[in-house]
Design a protein around this ligand. Structure first.
Ligand code: HEM
Length: 399
């Protein structure tokens, strides 16, 4: 069995792909002690990973999980447990339909001018300094401002949102982390209940008001599901697009040939973004599922109520699915990466994330034409908290 240290050590943080490649040579599925005390498995190839993401025997409902996992979940009223991402059909279908309208490619495209405006303002502030910490100065504020405006919550509250968001997605393995999680659960619930009450009294033209209407007039979702859906949408804007910008920028700035190519052929931007998603996707392992029956994956027996981690990062570096998987190639054709997942839970926000990334990368390269890393790549540090998200702690740049 792989020990928890497999995913929780500095070396893995620096280069998980080498560890995955060594593992993949032994087989696609491995038992792993993560979280500690929980019966869990790790899938590291593309074929079985992709299939697992869409296997109806693998539930997203955390209450279907192993006893030890439910005990962890019980530490704090789980505000994240009652939304589309953490449910199966028919609840999943109902909850996803309620917000899907807001995230269609066409509705999303209409946000482009506003995304451009926010991007330009952030770059204006950076440009005068000649250097920046790209995550705090740019990659965080951009998607957070967009999602706050979409939902209808004040962007001034974003420091609270970021703190709560981090507490809710960090694995709660020690007492301090458990406490932070319990507090974040209570705070975010109180925040949204207050906001919902405000919209009941005085509706506006925003997503919260629309969902309140769906709840009150058509009873399409419960109050708990409403709060949980808002929490999911808020968090989805925090740890994902942020790291697409950070990880993608690091990959690009570390590869002078690819950087030059993208500068010379800006029309490659959409395919470059798909390649950043494949090469260094942000949602590394935050795609776990729970077996609802005894089953087998690639000949490995998975008992009922096990936790199954599908590593998107490992799948997207599988040489069985991609030529030269460890090479960044912004011209890569037929890039069928799984960075946005696969199947019924495929990322609802993908059109928005792609739009934000197009505007972000396009504008950064155009307005800061000599942008470069502010330190050697090996001085950068990756989050190493057993996090299921792949992201840097900071990304200094100069221009
Ligand atoms: C689901 C990735 C941005 C909203 C997912 C899943 C992945 C993912 C892998 C599926 C998880 C699973 O199957 O277990 C990403 C990446 C993003 C990103 C890589 C940025 C680069 C966003 C944004 C939003 C969003 C900006 C919206 C504000 C959602 C929602 C789901 C989801 C609502 C749940 C869909 C469902 O359960 O049906 N995302 N996401 N995501 N994402 Fe994203």
């Amino acid at each position: 069995k792989l020990p928890v240290e497999f995913v929780w050590n500095p070396e893995f943080g620096r280069d998980p792909y080498a560890a995955y490649a060594a593992l993949r040579k032994k087989g696609p599925v491995h038992p792993i002690e993560f979280p500690p005390g929980v019966e869990a498995f790790l899938v590291v190839d593309y074929e079985h990973g992709r299939r697992a993401l869409n296997d109806p025997r693998l539930s997203k409902n955390p209450f279907e999980g192993p006893e030890a996992f439910r005990a962890i979940l019980g530490q704090g009223n789980p505000v994240l447990a009652h939304n589309m991402l953490n449910s199966d059909p028919p609840d999943h279908t109902r909850l996803r339909r309620l917000v899907a309208k807001a995230f269609t490619p066409r509705r999303t495209e209409s946000l482009r001018p506003r995304v451009q405006e926010i991007t330009d303002r952030l770059i204006d502030a950076m440009a005068v300094k000649g250097h920046a910490e790209l995550l705090d100065d740019f990659a965080f504020p951009l998607p957070i401002t967009v999602i706050c405006e979409l939902l209808g919550v004040p962007v001034e509250d974003r420091d609270d949102f970021r703190r709560w968001s981090t507490a809710l997605i960090t694995p709660p393995f020690d007492d301090e982390q458990i406490l932070l999680r319990v507090e974040a659960n209570a705070a975010i619930r109180a925040y949204f209940l207050r906001t919902i009450a405000g919209r009941r009294a005085e509706p506006r033209d925003d997503m919260i008001s629309a969902l309140v209407l769906a709840r009150d007039e058509e009873e399409l979702l419960s109050e708990e599901e409403l709060v949980s859906t808002l929490t999911l949408l808020l968090i989805a804007g925090h740890e994902t697009t942020v790291n697409l910008i950070g990880n993608g920028m690091l990959a690009l700035l570390s590869d002078p040939g690819q950087l030059r190519l993208l500068r010379e052929q800006p029309e490659l931007l959409p395919s470059a973004i798909e390649e950043f998603l494949r090469y260094e996707g942000p949602v590394e392992r935050a795609t776990f599922r729970f077996s609802t029956a005894d089953m087998e994956i690639a000949g490995v027996h998975i008992p009922k109520r096990s936790l199954v981690h599908v590593s998107l990062g490992a799948a997207d570096r599988d040489p069985g699915a991609f030529d030269d998987p460890d090479t960044l190639d912004i011209t890569r054709a037929d890039n069928r990466h799984v960075a946005f997942g696969h199947g019924i839970h495929f990322c609802l926000g993908a059109p928005l994330a792609r739009l934000e990334a197009q505007v972000a990368f396009g504008t950064l390269l155009r307005r800061l034409p000599d942008i470069a890393l502010g330190c050697p790549p090996d001085e950068l540090s990756w989050r190493q908290d057993g996090s299921l998200i792949r992201g840097l702690r900071a990304l200094p740049v100069r221009f």
